[in-house]
Design a protein around this ligand. Structure first.
Ligand code: SF4
Length: 81
């Protein structure tokens, strides 16, 4: 399984990830992206049927802010957003 989180320090809020993967990414009030799967914790596995969207978003991010790993980033009780 894959896990995803956005590096919100480098995201410029361009909107590309939400275009290609609206089931994975949303934006906060400042327009900065986060993973809506788990509040950007990177702890909930990306559903299998969203893998293509995930890869498209990661590859299309102009700042390389979409981090994808095969292990969870952190635990659910440490939500970042
Ligand atoms: Fe931020 Fe990258 Fe998404 Fe653009 S594609 S909003 S820079 S995470």
């Amino acid at each position: 399984a894959f896990y995803v989180k956005v590096d919100r320090d480098t995201c410029i809020g361009c909107g590309a990830c939400g275009e290609v993967a609206p089931d994975i990414f949303d934006y906060d009030d400042a327009g900065i992206s986060f993973s809506l799967l788990d509040g950007n914790a990177g702890a909930v596995p990306v559903p299998q049927d969203l893998t293509d969207d995930l890869e498209d978003a990661r590859d299309g991010c102009p700042t390389g802010s979409i981090q994808v790993e095969e292990e969870p980033f952190r635990t659910l009780d440490e939500k970042a957003v």
